[in-house]
Design a protein around this ligand. Structure first.
Ligand code: 6PG
Length: 241
């Protein structure tokens, strides 16, 4: 049973990003000990990462934070498609995060090996609830087709996976991805969707209002069983709710 879902509407993507950063500031204080966060990829997170590495660089206790990824494209880490590369440029390098606190998905090895290796690293490092690793915070985006992480509408079977990570395929290009499963995401303490932009407006309406169409959307199935689910939207993506 979903514990709680909060919809937060802001005028702009920048304002939503600043609100997420302020929320994270409250979560990640110096007395909490280790904090494991999983980052999403794509373009929207750049806005958030720039805020975190800018105005919030000195406000959040980064020394306790370990960085993971909810999904990764199966490309080398120096490839412009790499979610790790984008986070390194916009967040990890500016904050001078220790390499021991950076746990990237290896896009340069075989997808199956990378998925297995990442699942094992997660299980080794994280606390567990019901035998499933627990992330303190998972940041997600959502595509115009309702995908999240790299869980795509034409691969809904991955929503039933008992694993922590799976290999998926980006529908339009065939690019292989390694992705968290719904099982792992839904065991997190906090899940934040940062979804700005007009192109997501219809999907957000379907998901937030629980319309039948949402049943075809992977993002609809993200409901942390023990944690909080928060949507940070801008006026474009929230235009129909
Ligand atoms: C990825 C992301 C993906 C992303 C959505 C939204 O690897 O691409 O993890 O799930 O969050 O596609 O991307 P935008 O923020 O660029 O619209």
């Amino acid at each position: 049973m979903l514990q709680s879902r909060e919809i937060k509407k802001h005028n702009t993507a920048q304002a939503a990003a600043e609100a997420i950063a302020a929320y994270m500031e409250k979560l990640i204080s110096s007395d909490i000990g280790r904090f494991d966060i999983a980052l999403s990829g794509g373009n929207s997170p750049k806005i958030l990462f720039d805020v975190l590495a800018g105005n919030f660089a000195g406000k959040i206790f980064w020394d306790n934070v370990h960085f993971w990824w909810s999904d990764e494209r199966c490309v080398p880490p120096e490839d412009n498609e790499s979610n790790y590369k984008m986070a390194k440029e916009h967040l990890l390098d500016p904050l001078i995060i220790a390499t021991t606190h950076i746990h990237r998905i290896k896009g340069e090895i075989s997808p199956e090996d990378s998925s297995k290796e990442y699942s094992d690293e997660i299980k080794t490092n994280l606390k567990k609830r019901g035998g499933i690793p627990v992330f303190d915070l998972i940041l997600l985006g959502m595509g115009p087709d309702g995908h999240t992480a790299s869980l795509f509408p034409d691969q809904l079977n991955l929503l039933k996976s008992e694993k922590c990570c799976e290999v998926s395929t980006f529908p339009s290009t065939g690019q292989k991805r390694v992705t968290f499963t719904a099982k792992l995401i839904n065991n997190a303490e906090q899940v934040i969707f940062f979804v700005p932009g007009f192109s997501k407006q219809q999907r957000i309406k379907e998901i937030v209002l629980g319309e039948n169409q949402a049943l075809k959307l992977p993002a609809y199935y993200i409901r942390p069983q023990h944690g909080r689910l928060l949507f940070f939207l801008d006026e474009d993506s929230a235009g129909l709710i």
